[in-house]
Ligand binder design. Sequence first.
Ligand SMILES: [Zn+2]
Length: 149
Amino acid sequence: MMILDYDLSHAHEDYLEAIYLLSEDSVDEGVKSVDIAHQLNVSKASVNKALNVLKEAGYVEQEHYGKITLTPEGIEYGKEVLDRHRLLRSFLIHQLGVDPEVANDEACEMEHAISKDTVDKWIAYLRRCSDCEKNREFLAKIQEAPENN
Ligand SMILES: [Zn+2]
């Protein structure tokens, strides 16, 4: 496992996520900053500012005002954020019945707060979710638990 020790802000994680998403279609060609601006609904100036941070951190490469590509570390980080987003969004929509637009916005907030370790444990939990007895026990415990626990 690669250690991602550069702790990016929420906004910068969203940039990496967007670049990863955009480059899913055009892996070799790279991404244009105008496409990132469009995707995140921000100005080109904001994109360029964020790109400088991401370049400095070693996640992004860009020829002088040219196409933007992710480094292997950037690919790993961006994919991780996007995977979390997709898991959260689909859980909110399909398991909880949350409105898709609300689910998308809230997934974009939650994806930055949840750790990889918790996500891994959550996925493992979902995989054994067929064990309904455990779920019933869990639900009973929540109801018994004191309010501020
Ligand atoms: Zn987000």
